[in-house]
Design a protein around this ligand. Structure first.
Ligand SMILES: [Zn+2]
Length: 207
């Protein structure tokens, strides 16, 4: 094969691959033309993956309707104090959404703590998942929307709604803090918090 032909095939292959990627991005399907290094058929792979993994309601992020991450786990906030060691890193994930947006349960569990923490979590609940022995604290909840202690829930039960107003402010996010074990009596829980994605994955939610 001549070097001219080889380079032409390579270039054509690259262009086809780019066209295929563009097409897949636009229509969400696998590339119609397979060329060069073959990318996995993402659409088929996705379909088989979602059929065995858990799912939360459409239009949710972290189970929060119309939610989006507004502060990441361990994000550095100079001058702030998080957790029981005065850490300047954010010990949870904030998911912002309009006040009143629903927050759906990630899996089967029960409410083990509930309270009001002025200047901190404000209205909060703590939920426990026995199957994985992990817990999650949700802070800044719309007052009165949160489930009561002892309530059992399954995936997609509404835990609470976004946005406490009890302190005169209008909070537009939920703070999610995860930990191993059951620490229902305390809104903060142990010093040894963890990335909430560990709990998310343990419950079989989409990766
Ligand atoms: Zn937060």
């Amino acid at each position: 094969m001549s070097s001219y032909l080889l380079s032409r095939i390579r270039r054509t292959g690259a262009l086809s691959a780019v066209a295929g990627l563009l097409a897949s991005a636009l229509i969400g399907a696998a590339p119609a033309v397979a060329a060069g290094p073959v990318h996995p058929p993402s659409a088929a792979k996705h379909a088989s993956a979602t059929s065995v993994r858990a799912s939360l309601p459409a239009g949710t992020w972290w189970g929060v309707k119309n939610g989006r991450t507004t502060s990441a786990y361990n994000q550095y906030f100079p001058g702030y104090q998080f957790g029981c060691r005065g850490d300047q890193r954010h010990k949870g994930v904030d998911v912002g959404a309009p006040t009143g947006s629903r927050s759906y349960a990630w899996g089967r569990g029960r409410v083990v703590g509930r309270g009001y923490d002025p200047g901190g979590y404000n209205r909060w609940i703590q939920v426990y998942f026995p199957s994985v022995n992990m817990s999650l604290t949700l802070g800044h909840l719309l007052d009165g929307s949160e489930l009561r202690v002892g309530t059992s829930f399954t995936r997609n039960t509404v835990w609470a709604k976004v946005g406490t107003k009890a302190d005169g402010l209008n909070h537009r996010h939920i703070h999610f803090r995860a930990a191993r074990g059951n620490h229902g009596a305390s809104p903060i829980g142990p010093c040894e918090d963890m990335n909430p994605f560990i709990l998310w994955d343990a419950l079989g939610l989409p990766s």
